[in-house]
Design a protein around this ligand. Structure first.
Ligand code: FES
Length: 576
């Protein structure tokens, strides 16, 4: 790519610092107020570091000091860093779900960049929604940007057994409910499952989205797999600081990197990782911001093209630390080489093909070769049918294979509280063939589409040895979850989609190979039930939730706000 080197007076920040008027006097004098001299900032790219550190986000606990490594790199390369706190979306604490606030963080990012004297940005995120939110905001603002993933935490440990975030919580909680784990063991697992700062170390949403960001070209090569506690992580942080300064001079923007071809690379990467189903929603939303073509059908077609090559929990055996030692994402991408658009430009100014050339696998059980894949087809499937006219998704490798083609009678829960109250009721009447249905869990219904899609197995069935059942909802599922869970059903039940019309005992049929999901009632019966359906009351009388209700789109459209999509230019602010 030709380097279009800017002159200092062409920097966006020059409008703040370079003019000779009263306002720029204020900008300079207030920079000096912080102890900086003209030698620190004059004529230099101003780099925002958007830091999502928060004491309420343990996954980003190291960002408080890691930001100093980013600043070091920026200074080394002749830039001027301005650290700005951005809203932190900490999965472990926020309720009803961080997803309710993904779009709010994206707006935070976009408007921080627009309002301040910024030429380029390092985005410090990692915990699930922070990745798409920051990339969505940066895409909309379209200033040179580089994403620094928080990195996964170290492997969990209990009595010498490896523990994976989320996945082993669900697993051992089921064993506790089945009476196989006592309270003492449960506390020991609690002590050992999160041993360092960093994001979930399974191939959950954080690792999936960090990998997607790398495949998209928005990180430096290899950044998506480095464990947070590894000394390579602060070195990578400094490298991001150095590189963003060059990107400003080169005017290398997200619109140059986040192309339709780059999104196709990201989708194939996610499916080869058997990554989180949440990535479907996020990648569609990200593409919608920058005008790239991506929808559910393309996702499914690309997923069919590539095999699953990672052997990571929740679908496989290993964790992100193992993945890093096995060669990390560059090694996996090198295996996918023949499927990828290798000429896509990436944040380091090189093509994806150049970045992955010669990348080696060091453990071919963790990262499989094309000759020995973990599964022959990609890890995500899109379903349609009378129960999901606008689509639904499932992660086939995470389900017991015999459930991928299944017919069974529905047991319907009208919302999460109803499910929580009745799931272990001995009179529920569930058998291993029942299909558990959860309503009111979508973008509007919950609200915010929480990760409720892995409905628990009823206790009586757990005690009888059942560990998977078909479960269907308009919710999402944690990327660390597993099971035959059909998710993201659209239109959602709160909009009167067919999911709202299912009754106990209706036969539901799931056929993943045929990509079908059907409610076996007549069209006339469906129409009669729809005519009798009443829309639920709104959750919020005012505030952000009120706005969310009016503008959030459905799962198949990425759940972005309708007014944030697209690439219509917004003028820079007047600075006088
Ligand atoms: Fe933060 Fe999983 S809770 S990445």
């Amino acid at each position: 790519m030709a380097v279009n080197k800017k002159k200092p007076e062409e920097l966006r920040s020059h409008r703040w610092y370079g003019a000779q008027d009263m306002r720029s006097f204020g900008h300079r004098s207030r920079t000096k107020q912080m102890g900086f001299a003209a030698e620190d900032y004059a004529g230099k790219p101003v780099i925002a570091i958007l830091n999502t550190f928060s004491d309420a986000n343990p996954c980003h606990h190291h960002f408080k000091s890691r930001v100093d490594d980013v600043k070091r790199g920026i200074f080394q390369a002749g830039g001027f860093p301005l650290e700005m706190p951005a809203m932190s979306l900490g999965e472990p604490f926020m309720k009803p779900t961080t997803m309710l606030y993904r779009n709010l963080l994206s707006m935070d990012v976009e408007e921080l960049l627009r309002a301040n004297p910024v030429d380029g940005v390092v985005l410090m995120g990692g915990c699930d929604k922070t990745v798409p939110a920051m990339l969505m905001g940066a895409a909309s603002m379209n200033l040179p940007a580089i994403f620094l993933p928080a990195g996964p935490m170290l492997r969990g440990n209990w009595h010498g057994k490896t523990l994976g975030s989320g996945s082993d919580v669900w697993k051992y909680w089921a064993e506790k409910r089945a009476g196989n784990i006592d309270d003492k063991a449960w506390v020991e697992i609690e002590d050992g499952i999160a041993r360092s700062f960093g994001t979930c170390m399974t191939m959950g949403t954080a690792s999936t989205m960090a990998s997607a960001a790398e495949a998209l070209g928005m990180t430096l090569p290899g950044a998506g797999s480095i464990p947070a506690a590894d000394s390579n992580h602060p070195r990578m942080s400094a490298a991001c600081g150095r590189r963003i300064v060059e990107m400003v001079w080169e005017d290398l923007k997200p619109s140059d990197i986040m192309t339709t071809a780059a999104f196709e690379n990201a989708v194939m990467t996610v499916t080869a990782l058997a990554g989180s189903t949440n990535s479907i929603i996020h990648l569609i939303a990200m593409a919608g911001r920058i005008g790239a073509a991506l929808d559910l059908d393309k996702f499914d077609a690309l997923a069919k093209r590539v095999p699953v090559l990672s052997n990571l929990r929740p679908s496989g055996k290993y964790l992100m630390e193992d993945f890093y030692y096995a060669g990390g994402l560059p090694a996996l991408l090198a295996q996918l080489e023949k499927f990828l658009h290798k000429d896509c430009i990436t944040a380091n100014g090189k093509t994806l093909g150049e970045n992955i050339a010669g990348a080696q696998i060091y453990n071919d059980d963790v990262i499989r070769t094309l000759a020995n894949p973990a599964a022959p087809e990609g890890g995500i499937a899109v379903l349609r049918g009378s129960l999901a006219p606008s689509g639904a998704v499932i992660k086939p490798p995470a389900a017991e294979p015999h459930l991928l083609k299944h017919r069974g009678p529905a047991i319907v829960f009208k919302d999460y509280n109803d499910m929580a109250a009745r799931i272990d009721d001995p009179n529920l009447g569930a058998t291993k063939d029942s299909v558990l249905i959860l309503q009111s869990a979508g973008p509007l219904g919950a609200p915010g589409m929480p990760e409720w899609g892995q409905l628990p197995i009823p206790k009586r069935l757990l005690e009888a040895g059942v560990r998977d059942m078909v479960r269907i909802s308009d919710a999402r599922m944690s990327g660390t979850s597993y099971g035959a869970c059909v998710l993201h059903v659209a239109p959602e039940s709160a909009l009167g989609g067919p999911l709202a019309l299912v009754k106990d005992g209706d036969i539901v049929s799931l056929d993943v190979p045929a990509r079908k999901l059907d409610l076996e009632i007549s069209a006339a019966e469906m129409a009669a039930r729809k005519a009798a359906w009443k829309a639920p009351a709104e959750h919020y009388p005012r505030g952000y939730g009120w706005m969310h209700h009016r503008h959030v789109t459905q799962a198949n459209e990425g759940c972005d706000f309708d007014f944030l999509r697209g690439t219509a230019p917004i003028p820079d602010p007047e600075i006088h």
